[in-house]
Design a protein around this ligand. Structure first.
Ligand SMILES: Nc1nc2c(c(=O)[nH]1)N[C@H]1C(S)=C(S)[C@@H](COP(=O)(O)O)O[C@H]1N2
Ligand SMILES: [Mo]
Length: 577
């Protein structure tokens, strides 16, 4: 094919030989799509196919004069309030936003490491979040210290076994064996999804404002909310799910854009269940005299700083009043009997029942009643569910559905894909099932033949049925056959919704809402078969481990005597005329 060889002759040294080749050293990998980022785009619009050069990143530039002209960053980007470490308020200060924008556009940053079209790093943290750290340091002022402070909080508050997908902004999930270990997720193991740093807020200095289209704008302290004479205390067991859960399946099928540069390659652990204590936002709005002048949506402001397209802002999203009116939006200060951990929004966060996690704003500092859904990027540009034909060249924000309620979904936490399982005709499986919008799992089914036949998990093997909650399940899945089998899980919720069969069906450019049936491939070795048992006994007698299955046999599987006996009975090998 024309134009695919990008390099001039390179010398590769292979033992004693020196090969002159025009290939890249990793040509084979590139050709096999294992290094897709360096594949040229092919232009076939003309009579000849042309290989288009990829985007090149030139030398890094920095206009120091322009940055200096912006002014003293320590004064410009100061802490907004006493006792609120890491909180820069942007939304009330367009000139401050403009100054930060100037700083970010007056320099270039190195390209972000590519992992979707190449290998995912084998490290924990998986991705460092290079750009976001650099942007924080570039803006400076109160933001300078945030990446380091945030990581300290991760180490202080999260379980040492957490899988750190992105170091900064911190994104982490528990390993599979701990995701469904308990029906209520212990706080140190609850997944974390951050878009920015963690503000460290002193409870004594905490308050938030409710303004916009309300009759009487007011400021509330935590003590105000906790006063049961004013607001009834609400307790709820709630499953929170990030719409990025199981994104890795979409990435491994086809790379996409995700909702911003450092997309967390989530597995099945971006879901957690906790017992929250707080008040209903509806009551707090009532205390402000209710909504006025066509207030239809409530916009939540988080104190963290979010970067998008060289601009800075606070974390803003909105929910409709109808959701609030139904008492399905809570303001919470307690999680599983403890004060909210810093990483989960201390001192106060929003918990929106049955919506994607993105709407449950942490480090809440303001609620504004507005007419239309928020125009902030997290609401209007991200968390959009695009149709399959939408991609880099034709993306329009209005083509995406704003994701609010999660659809029904489920996942297998054990065993793991590619695992070899020696069993007595049943494979022990466990996992979770969940449905958004206040629906709940009614039936969980497992298949071991790729989704042709389904076994129903008996109800006693499912955790308690509750509105707003997942159900964990376990099941001994009958499996007679040997070799590679595909185990699939699907859930039916109380509205009889179920899951699309495969990832391709639900794949989307934003890599959101991987709600397709979760599939894993395991290698079945069924010991109830006498030949299999005899063979495994031989392995055991010889003290030879069975795995990995790809290692060639350590001892013969058949004697020559057995071989001859077979042919004595079955000769001739070929068919007679
Ligand atoms: N202020 C603020 N609130 C936020 C976010 C954020 O980055 N900043 N992330 C949201 C997203 S996308 C999710 S999935 C949930 C995750 O909540 P958790 O980190 O407590 O598990 O928080 C939401 N609230
Ligand atoms: Mo999320």
């Amino acid at each position: 094919m024309p134009g695919l060889h990008s390099t001039n002759g390179v010398e590769t040294h292979n033992g004693h030989n020196s090969l002159k080749t025009t290939n890249r050293p990793d040509e084979w990998k590139i050709e096999q799509g294992l290094s897709g980022a360096v594949l040229p785009v092919l232009d076939m619009t003309g009579t000849e196919t042309k290989a288009l050069p990829p985007q090149v990143f030139g030398d890094l530039t920095k206009d120091k004069e322009a940055i200096k002209a912006v002014g003293d960053r320590n004064q410009l980007f100061t802490r907004e309030r006493k006792g609120w470490i890491g909180f820069v308020e942007w939304e009330n200060y367009p000139e401050k936003k403009a100054a930060a924008h100037k700083i970010l556009t007056a320099q270039t940053f190195p390209p972000n490491p590519e992992f979707q079209l190449g290998p995912i790093p084998a490290t924990n943290p998986v991705l460092p979040g290079t750009h976001w750290k650099m942007w924080h340091h570039a803006v400076g002022g109160e933001l300078t210290q945030i990446p380091e402070d945030s990581w300290d909080i991760v180490l202080e508050e999260k379980h040492p076994d957490m899988l750190h997908l992105l170091q900064f902004p911190y994104n982490g999930e528990p390993p599979k064996r701990l995701v469904t270990d308990k029906v209520i997720t212990p706080n140190p193991l609850h997944f974390v999804r951050n878009h920015g740093g963690i503000p460290i807020i002193d409870k004594e200095d905490y308050s938030f404002t409710l303004d916009g289209l309300v009759k009487t704008p007011r400021t509330f302290t935590l003590d105000d909310l906790m006063d049961e004479a004013k607001f009834p205390r609400v307790e709820k067991l709630v499953t929170m799910q990030c719409s990025g859960t199981r994104r890795i399946e979409q990435i491994l099928l086809y790379p996409g854009q995700g909702d911003e540069v450092p997309q967390a390659p989530w597995a099945e652990g971006a879901i957690g269940t906790a017992h929250y204590v707080g008040v209903s936002l509806k009551k707090v709005i009532k205390a402000c005299g209710g909504l006025i002048d066509g207030g239809e949506h409530l916009e939540f402001y988080g104190a963290d700083t979010y970067f998008k397209d060289d601009k800075v802002m606070n974390y803003l999203v909105s929910v409709p009043w109808s959701k609030v009116k139904a008492n399905e939006v809570l303001l919470c200060w307690e999680m599983n009997g403890q004060q909210l951990p810093k990483i989960h929004g201390y001192p106060l966060r929003v918990v929106v029942l049955g919506y994607i996690g993105a709407r449950s704003v942490k480090w809440l500092y303001r609620i504004k009643a507005i007419k239309n859904p928020s125009r902030a990027p997290v609401q209007s540009q991200e968390y959009l569910y695009f149709p399959q034909q939408v991609g880099k060249h034709n993306l329009k924000m209005t083509d995406g559905i704003q994701i609010q309620e999660m659809p029904v979904s489920s996942a297998i936490m054990s065993p793991w894909t590619k695992q070899v399982i020696i069993h007595n005709g049943k494979i022990r499986c466990k996992g979770w099932a969940y449905s958004g919008g206040g629906r709940w799992p009614e039936r969980v089914e497992l298949s071991m033949d790729g989704g042709f036949n389904w076994y129903t998990v008996p109800l006693q093997n499912l955790s308690e049925k509750r509105k707003w909650c997942w159900r964990t399940w376990q099941y001994e899945l009958p499996c007679d056959v040997e070799g590679w089998v595909e185990i699939v899980v699907r859930c039916w919720d109380n509205s009889l919704n179920t899951q699309p069969p495969d990832v391709r069906t639900a794949w989307n450019w934003g890599l959101h809402v991987t709600s397709s049936c979760h599939r894993i491939s395991v290698y079945s070795v069924n010991k109830t078969r006498s030949a299999t048992k005899a063979r495994l006994d031989q392995f055991e007698k010889k003290g030879i481990p069975f795995g990995p299955i790809t290692v060639p046999l350590a001892f013969p599987s058949q004697t020559w005597e057995e071989y001859e006996t077979f042919w004595a009975k079955n000769d001739p090998r070929d068919a007679r005329e």
